[in-house]
Each structure stands twice: as structure tokens, then as C-alpha cells.
Design a protein around this ligand. Structure first.
Ligand code: NMX
Ligand code: MLT
Length: 417
């Protein structure tokens, strides 16, 4: 079944869900009798597309305006301190100034990464993908530092991520001499760039781009693959760390988080910002049946506001950067070309179009690391959603172990003679 046919078969359910969402946004709760889905066999084997399976307290995604965190459109949150947005996702309210300062301190107090991590990272294969390092790093932190409490572990992990990620860069790149001690007086982003300690970069610009990147990527509803996978693992009462390592494995796939690596490699390979040449390149990719990276989305039907925010940042920071000029042209050209194919539900730019260009500009030049920043950010949203599903929902009882139904295919009953 094609994606267009799936959307067609989902239409009545989509309308039902949209009506419920509109009511929820007005503060009207769902009732037990709300009909959400007219289920037919057309809904089988479609990756659960559009099938409602639960509720999400941290964020929702609308086709026109993209992700909202606890009701706030993402475009209104982009300039906040990442710690404030972690606070929002965990507490469902933005912090006051005082609460913000306290929360920054709380995360600093939870940030210590045990020394044993260094030995583990020192022995990983250097050519392994950074996402595999991240997953192993998180799993290892769990073995060394878990408290076996959903909230404590989720907050601890948020606090330990900058140092863990900084160390992953240092060990994987064999830059192991003179690694600075973690400075727990700094904020989350500063602790990462302090551990990284790159020469010849504008640290302030790097911190700003990373802070915005983190805020934009922290959460994206309940059903994106890594969040869903993390919550599924947690539903069997694996620890937050094991669940998050599972989520990172899901994020590492090229159709999900790792698309941001492919997207910047794609932009680099274009090699021009001339509209005629860029159009020819895009048409060539489509003719070769390759994706035009940075465009399209499963849910959005307009340009992703996370892309809009990053384009605006790029116009201020690096309007004449060669890759920025390429993506500026792509943003003009690609939607027009992609619109020629009616199968493509959303020809507009997605979150990945600009992030690599900005990271590269501030000195984070290796695309293979880009998905680790996505993972770093998502630890907040996934952690908050795990807590909600484990200890808040169903009046604190939590959601039972995930167990969807599969129907037998090509298996007639038979017996050993
Ligand atoms: N380039 C080429 N083909 C595309 C594109 C694109 N940018 N977007 C959609 N299509 C194709 C898609 O592969 C599918 O083909 P088929 O029927 O042969 O399987 C058809 O158009 C319909 O797909 P949609 O329903 O529009 O999108 P779907 O939900 O299946 O996929 C993406 C969403 C994001 C996987 C898809 O748009 C894509 O592959 N984009 C390019 C890669 C990319 O930028 N990935 C980053 C995603 C980041 N994000 O999700 O925010
Ligand atoms: C995400 O941010 O997780 C991506 O946009 C993918 C999705 O929402 O399915």
C-alpha cells in the first residue's frame, strides 16, 4: 500500500483525531466514549501511522505549526535557556527566574560522570559510529550511576549528558591529552564546549547555536520513533538508562535522527548556490530515486518552524557562508520541484535542512556527530515522557507494558506428523 493510500484510508480517523485535538487545546478532556479510530485492515503493517495509542503531556505536533511544548509553539521558545525548557518538559510550566536559577544549580549538582566512563570510552572502536558510542555511553552510565527511580534517573541523565558527549568526542578523536576537568559551575551547553575545548573557534557562537539546537530538538510528540521506542522499553520496567540507550539506537537510523548527518553531506555535495544548477541537482536526485534531504515530513504539511528558526539564525550569523547560500537556494527551489509529485505530502523544508550548516559554521564540522546532538536534546523529552508514562498517567498507576496485537499471516495451522 502506498503512503498516499494510507493517508486516504486514514482520513476519517485523522478527522476524528483532529476534532479531539481541537477540543483538548480548548481544555476539554477526552471522555471514555470518544471514537478515535475506524479500524480496518488497511491500518495493518503501516508502521502505526496515524493510529492513536496514547496521550502525551509534553508536546504535540500540528501539520501547520509543528511542535508545541506544553502548549507553547516552538518558535516562541527558541531563545530560552535549554535548562528552562527541560524544566518545562518535566514540570509542564516555564520556571520563574528564581526557579530557573535553582534548576540550573540542581542539574549542576547531578552532573558528575564517574571516572570509569573514561576507561570504557578509551576501549571502544574508533571507527564505530558516534551514535553507537552514545548508546553504549548511556548504558554504561546506567551501570555506574543509576538510582532506580524514574525521575531521579531521568534528571541525572540530562545533567550528565554534556560531559558524556564531550568525552565521546575527545576519545573518539584521540584527543585524550589534557582533557579539562568537568566544570560544574557552568550551564549544560558550556560544560560540553568546555570539555571539547576546541582551539580557534568562537565559543560564544558555538554555545548559542548549540543552545538553540537543543531547545528545538528536545521533544516532538509521543509517536516519533525514538520516543516511542524508549517508552516501549521503559514499559517493561527497564531502567531510564537502558530505555534511553534503546531510544538512541532507534534515533541512529538514517530515516530518523541520522538524516541530519545525511542532510549536511547532501548539502556539501551540491557544491553551488546557483538556482538553475541547484534545480538540476534536485531533479537528478529524484531521477536517481534518491531522497531530497531536508524536505518532507510524516506529520507536518508546511515548513517546519524548527527550520524557519534556524534559517533566521543563519541569516544573522552566516549569510555568506557557502553552505548557507546553498540551503537558501534549496529552500526556494526544492519545494517547487517536489510539489510536481502529488505523492509527496509535504514538499517543504524540515528540521534537518539548516542544522548541519549552522553547526559546521561554528566549528562542529564533522557530520557524523550531528545525530549525537539530536540525541542529547531528546534525552530531555524522552526522559520527561517516560516519567509521565511510568508515574503520572492513569492516576499515578502508570501505563502497562506495551503489547500491541499482531495478526497471523501465512501461517495455517499444521502439526508435526
Ligand atoms: N525526497 C524524495 N522523495 C520524497 C521526499 C523527499 N524529500 N519526501 C517524500 N518523498 C516520497 C516518499 O519516499 C514516498 O515515496 P513512496 O511512496 O515511493 O514510498 C512518498 O514521497 C510519500 O511520502 P510522504 O507521505 O510525503 O512522506 P513520509 O511520511 O513517507 O516520509 C520523510 C517522511 C521525512 C521520511 C520523507 O519526506 C523523506 O524521505 N524526506 C527526505 C529525507 C529527510 O529529509 N529526512 C529527515 C526527516 C526529518 N524529520 O522527520 O523532520
Ligand atoms: C522528530 O523530530 O522526531 C522528527 O521530526 C520525526 C517525527 O516527528 O516523526
Amino acid at each position: 500500500m502506498s503512503i498516499a493510500e494510507i493517508h486516504e484510508s486514514n482520513k476519517s480517523s485523522v478527522d476524528l483525531i483532529r476534532k479531539c485535538l481541537t477540543r483538548c487545546l480548548r481544555g476539554v478532556a477526552l471522555s471514555q466514549d470518544d471514537n478515535l479510530l475506524n479500524l480496518t485492515s488497511a491500518h495493518l503493517n503501516i508502521g502505526l501511522r496515524g493510529i492513536p495509542v496514547g496521550t502525551c503531556r509534553t508536546s504535540f505536533v500540528t501539520p501547520g505549526e509543528g511542535v508545541h511544548y506544553c502548549g507553547y509553539p516552538i518558535s516562541e521558545l527558541a531563545d530560552f535557556l535549554p535548562e528552562d525548557i527541560v524544566y518545562l518538559l518535566f514540570n509542564k510550566e516555564l520556571p520563574s527566574e528564581e526557579q530557573s536559577e535553582e534548576f540550573v544549580k540542581e542539574l549542576q549538582s547531578r552532573g558528575n560522570v564517574p571516572d570509569e566512563i573514561n576507561t570504557i570510552l578509551a576501549n571502544l572502536p574508533r571507527d564505530g559510529h558516534p551514535m553507537d558510542w552514545l548508546s553504549i555511553g548511556i548504558h554504561s552510565l546506567g551501570m555506574l550511576a543509576k538510582q532506580n527511580d524514574w525521575t531521579e534517573d531521568a534528571l541525572d541523565l540530562v545533567a550528565k549528558m554534556p560531559r558524556l558527549l564531550g568525552l565521546i568526542f575527545r576519545y573518539r578523536e584521540c584527543r585524550t591529552d589534557n582533557i579539562p576537568e568537568d566544570d560544574l559551575n557552568l550551564n549544560l551547553v558550556e560544560r560540553f564546549t568546555h570539555t571539547l575545548d576546541f582551539d580557534g573557534v568562537d565559543r560564544e557562537a558555538m554555545n548559542k547555536i548549540l543552545a538553540t539546537y537543543l531547545v528545538l530538538h528536545m521533544d516532538h510528540g509521543g509517536g516519533n520513533l525514538s520516543t516511542f521506542a524508549g517508552k516501549a522499553v521503559a514499559s517493561g520496567h527497564a531502567t531510564v538508562y537502558s530505555s534511553m540507550a534503546g531510544a538512541m539506537n532507534a534515533l541512529s537510523g538514517p530515516l530518523h535522527g541520522r538524516a541530519n548527518q545525511s542532510c549536511f553531506e547532501f548539502v556539501q555535495s551540491i557544491g553551488t548556490s546557483d538556482p538553475v544548477e541547484v534545480e538540476a541537482f534536485v531533479r537528478g536526485e529524484l531521477a536517481a530515486k534518491r531522497p531530497v534531504f531536508g524536505f518532507g515530513h510524516a506529520v507536518l504539511r508546511a515548513e517546519d518552524p524548527r527550520a524557519t528558526v534556524q534559517f533566521a539564525l543563519g541569516e544573522k550569523l552566516c549569510p555568506n557562508d557557502q553552505y548557507f547560500k546553498t540551503i537558501r537556494t534549496l529552500r526556494e527551489v526544492a519545494p517547487r520541484v517536489l510539489s510536481e509529485n502529488p505523492k509527496i505530502s509535504n514538499p517543504n523544508a524540515n528540521v534537518d535542512i539548516a542544522s548541519g550548516t549552522l553547526l559546521n559554521y561554528v566549528g562542529l564540522t564533522k557530520p557524523e556527530y550531528y545525530t549525537t546532538f539530536f540525541g542529547w536534546a531528546r534525552v530531555a523529552g524522552i526522559g520527561a515522557q517516560i516519567i509521565d508514562e511510568r508515574v503520572v498517567m492513569r492516576n499515578g498507576k502508570g501505563i502497562p507494558i506495551y503489547r500491541p496485537k499482531y495478526i497471523a499471516e501465512a501461517q495455517t495451522l499444521r502439526h508435526i506428523d
